[in-house]
Design a protein around this ligand. Structure first.
Ligand code: PMP
Length: 463
């Protein structure tokens, strides 16, 4: 039994009233940037709130409203906004070397890599990037280069960033999505290379039988399967499914890439792979590991990663020019900002802090989930709080949520209405987004969140 949308009074008049300056700033931004945003994901109707400050678990918008923030930079801020450990690490790195970007190797690169290896033993060698998107793009290129095959498989509803191979079937229209057992590759952007969909095979999540059939069908062409081990950070792969996927990909000579951009240091400190006890061939990380600064990495088996080693060719003078045709055998990976000292310093500080306080954050996440669930259940509203570690979502649905198609059946309009009411009450996540918990969330935030729900429901209209 769910409360239908018309049982709420409309949250929008109050939203418009409270966020007039956001409206103005957004209108001015539209004169400069398409849609007034620097990323499509930042936009929502009628217009997004424009923030001006963050501190711990709080955000302040340009109208002066304050919010408890559950978006946390789309999950990037594991310690909240402006954590002292991070600002100090960045400051002292700056004092030491200025804003130095050496353009040469430096010690922090190795120090940071060793730290990552402690949590992700599957990462024998790694390369740094400037975002999660770049990391997954590079991971796929590693797989193509290493296997010398031409296609990649991804799961329906999974997001891996914004580039050709993976911009299919992230949020497809049900009519276009095709058979649940053999989903179609539905483009998610204009401007993709025509015919590119032939190189991306779409797999159904948590369906071992259908997956195996598709992998066998395309085994000769498939370089890799890329997967969010916990879809969207909140729909876990079932253990049997994950174990089976590892076995089948190994048998067929298809690499398994775990995209742990969301789940790294969130599903568990060692990412989802430590929970499933599955060793992927390649792993991508991002978000948390940069402490809120732009960062990512790809790592994995030495023999695969070595495809990018400038010394893997026969020529000891390892420049592209001097190697001539052997450049084709080496994976090209470069980037002016890769391994930026300030970001590595920030990332190290975050990981060190998280080692101390991850368990506390995990316990708080459970408590918050339980309180939210009992609030809604107490009002006869069926709710689920799927998730793993320090991410979860609020899903208003009766049936089990095992994949993208199940999620489509949830009551999204109720959830969206609720999100706007929560924003009006000073509780922020982007409408329909998941909740990311940081070490700075605690009892006070929990009480305020539950109080906000009481206020919303006290004013509910209808029966
Ligand atoms: N992979 C996953 C699983 C992600 O969640 C994201 C970002 N939401 C990305 C890749 C892309 O990362 P970025 O936004 O840093 O490019």
């Amino acid at each position: 039994a769910r409360v239908a949308i018309h049982h709420f009074y409309c949250p929008l008049p109050l939203y418009l009233e409270r966020t007039k300056e956001s409206y103005r700033v957004h209108a001015a931004a539209q004169e400069q940037m398409p849609g007034g945003v620097t990323a499509n994901i930042k936009h929502f109707a009628p217009y997004p709130i424009v923030m001006k400050g963050g501190d711990g678990a709080r955000l302040t918008d340009v109208d002066g409203n304050t919010y408890i923030d559950y978006l946390m930079g789309y999950g990037s801020l594991a310690l909240g906004h402006g954590h002292l450990a991070v600002t100090q690490a960045v400051n002292s790195q700056m004092q030491k070397d200025g804003t130095c970007l050496f353009g040469t190797p430096h010690r922090l690169e190795t120090e940071y890599a060793k730290k990552i290896k402690c949590f992700f033993p599957s990462i024998e060698r790694l390369r740094y990037t400037n975002s999660g998107t770049e990391a997954t793009l590079l991971a796929i290129r590693f797989a193509l280069a290493y296997t010398r095959k031409t296609k990649v498989a991804k799961f329906e509803g999974h997001y891996h960033g914004g580039f050709n191979e993976v911009l299919y079937s992230i949020n497809p229209d049900e009519i276009k999505a095709g058979d649940a057992e053999e989903p179609l590759a539905v483009p998610e952007s204009a401007g993709l290379v025509p015919g590119g969909e032939k190189n991306t095979i779409i797999l159904p999540f948590n369906n071992s039988h259908a997956c195996e059939t598709l992998l066998r069908k395309h085994q000769n062409d498939l370089a890799a399967v890329i997967i969010e081990p916990v879809q969207g950070g909140f729909i876990p792969a079932e253990q049997a499914f994950m174990t089976h996927l590892r076995e089948v990909t190994r048998e067929l000579g298809i690499l398994l890439i775990f995209d742990e951009v969301k789940t790294g240091f969130r599903s568990a400190l060692g990412g989802a792979q430590s929970v499933y006890r599955v060793r992927p061939d390649l792993t991508t990380l991002g978000k948390v590991i940069g402490g809120g600064l732009p960062f990512g990495l790809v790592g994995g088996k030495k023999e695969i990663m070595d495809v990018s080693s400038p010394r893997s060719g026969s020529d000891v003078f390892d420049t592209l020019q001097s190697r001539g045709s052997s450049a084709e055998d080496t994976l090209f990976h470069s980037g002016t900002y890769n391994g930026h000292p300030m970001i590595l310093a920030a990332g190290l500080a975050v990981i060190e802090e998280l080692e101390k306080s991850y368990t506390k954050t995990l316990n708080f996440t459970c408590e918050l989930k339980n309180e939210l669930a009992s609030f809604f259940e107490g009002r006869g509203i069926t709710v689920q709080t799927p998730g793993m570690g320090t991410i979860f979502n609020l899903v208003f649905a009766d049936g089990q949520i095992r994949n993208y198609r199940d999620l489509k059946k949830a009551d999204l309009s109720f959830r969206k209405d609720l999100d706007f009411h929560l924003i009006n009450e000073g509780i922020y996540t982007k409408p329909l987004n998941r909740y990311s918990i940081a070490t700075v969330h605690g009892e006070q935030e929990l009480r305020k969140s539950i109080d906000a729900l009481h206020n919303i429901f006290a004013h509910r209209t209808g029966r």
